[in-house]
Ligand binder design. Sequence first.
Ligand code: HEC
Ligand code: HEC
Length: 310
Amino acid sequence: MKVFAGVATGIALIGAMIIGAVYGDKMLNSESAAPATSAVGASTTTVPYDPPSIEEVPDGPMKEAILYGHELVNETNTVAADFVGNNLSCTSCHAGAGYDRESSSLVGVTADYPQYMPRAGNILTIEDRINGCMVRSMNGKKFEIDSEEMKAMVAYFTYISEGVPVGADRDWAMKNTMDEVPVPNVSAGEELYQKSCIACHAADGSGTGANTGPALWGPDSFNDGAGLSRLSKMAGYVQQNMPVGNEGSLTDQDAADLAAFILSQDRPEWKNHDKDFPGIERPKDIMDKEKRQQVKDGTINWEEVVSKAK
Ligand code: HEC
Ligand code: HEC
């Protein structure tokens, strides 16, 4: 009896440690102060990164939808022009239409929804999450849930998620947040931008094309309700993925300076800031119109902005 109780306590302890580890990891990468929580929650399953090729979609009734979904994700601004309010594709941030492991990979994403998202204060389905990127990152309109476009996108994401079990720890996902952002220097960021980024993104940030160098600010870029308009996400994204061809070369300070410069420029406004993060403290690093004005006026308190980046 005694032995059994000891073993049971040991198992419970190990279980608690695993849950703690997974939960802690999710916290660091979540959208806000509180972690996103999927239906299945903590899991110890880790899976290899091995999505099936888009060249080898099996024949059958799903094939057309999967291929259309891939096209929609890769060339959103042209294939779904009526729904997109800027000049970006999903590939502008999810490189290789979500296939690229290092750049906001979407492989396995359908295994992680529905999920509680603090920004929405609600449980989101994969369709809700796609529409979230449509109205924020794409500064556009939602797809109808039962439209051909939405069905195709979900079919495509389900296809590239094949083999990823529900609740698995996708160690490649949601990795674009810098946890401790140094106090940035906007003019150092501008200098670095002119040196390292304009070949693809143009000196005025308007870009050279959705999949060759997307617009970083101005009317053709994402609105300030998008994930990337948070300093911690922009700094993390730039450090991990830019400049293309020399990724991982920027220090924390470089990436923070670049992010602060980019997010100090004008961009489309999100109209529903007041509805985001219901019931919890709004992250301080959202670079909205008020903060952009403070940068221009020289009154911005960067210490405060970076203090509550998570
Ligand atoms: C301007 C950049 C940008 C664009 C464009 C963009 N997204 Fe995202 N998306 C993000 C960021 C940032 C995240 C959060 C990922 C992170 O923190 O690593 C995200 C997250 C997601 C997620 C959730 C991923 C997960 O693992 O839970 C989905 C699904 C998604 N995007 C779909 C899309 C779709 C579909 C499109 C095109 C219609 C799109 N995104 C366009 C930046 C973008
Ligand atoms: C050789 C071309 C190239 C260079 C140089 C480059 N980028 Fe990019 N950038 C891209 C491409 C292509 C994408 C689309 C995603 C991908 O393929 O990784 C992108 C995407 C981005 C995005 C997300 C999309 C958006 O619209 O916001 C940001 C932010 C970004 N780059 C910032 C930078 C910064 C900052 C630098 C300089 C340090 C830089 N890039 C240098 C090609 C480049």
